[in-house]
Ligand binder design. Structure first.
Ligand code: AR6
Length: 177
């Protein structure tokens, strides 16, 4: 029997760099050169091979625009790959932020599907330094992932990684049947 949508989505609270999945998603910036927050944690835990791949992508296409995604090695991480996506900076919500955030999820999932990755873990893109309200961001994340999984075989599983309790409650609300 094919797994149902609800068994293909998991929610955990913790550190995304520890997740045993095919790819973790990074909340990057358009330079792809690293930064604070989850970006800093991923580069620290994964080591210099991730940045080396990012530099190659920069040489090829000059970085990554808001709403887009690129894929690199996971270096020393348990995850073989990192998908770097650039979320929108929250600016009140009327500057295209919801559509750009939805694009981050769709483009990350598309890369995972193209590489036939079994499992992908997402942090709350834009919900830290970029200031996107966690509740609204969780609603977009869950909607986009559910729509993707309903229409695609890959990735088989998506893990939402909540770093704190407020984020976890946001996902829980949205995932209620
Ligand atoms: N595991 C899981 N989630 C985490 C972790 C972790 N180790 N660390 C932080 N979070 P942020 P943004 C959560 O600020 O808002 C960087 O400098 C955090 O609690 O990392 O998209 C980039 O280079 C929050 O819910 O990303 C960009 O310049 C979420 O991850 C900028 O920050 C995202 O917070 C991107 O800002």
């Amino acid at each position: 029997m094919a797994p149902t949508l609800s068994t293909r989505i998991q929610l955990v609270q913790g550190d995304i760099t520890r997740q045993q999945v095919s790819a973790i998603v990074n909340a990057a910036n358009s330079s792809l050169l690293g930064g604070g927050g989850v970006d800093g944690a991923i580069h620290r835990a994964g080591g210099p091979d991730i940045l080396a791949d990012c530099q190659k992508i920069r040489a090829r296409q000059g970085g990554c625009q808001t709403g887009e995604a690129v894929i690199t090695t996971g270096g020393r991480l348990p995850a073989a790959h990192v998908i770097h996506t650039v979320g929108p900076v929250w600016n009140g919500g009327h500057k295209g932020e919801p559509e750009l955030l939805a694009s981050c999820y769709r483009n990350s999932l598309r890369l995972a599907a193209e590489h036939q990755l079994a499992s992908v873990a997402f942090p709350g893109i834009s919900t830290g330094i970029y200031g996107y309200p966690k509740k609204e961001a969780a609603a977009i994340a869950v909607r986009e992932v559910q729509q993707w999984l309903a229409a695609h075989e890959f990735p088989q599983t998506v893990v939402f990684v909540a770093f704190d309790e407020e984020s976890r409650r946001g996902y829980e609300r949205e995932l209620q049947p």
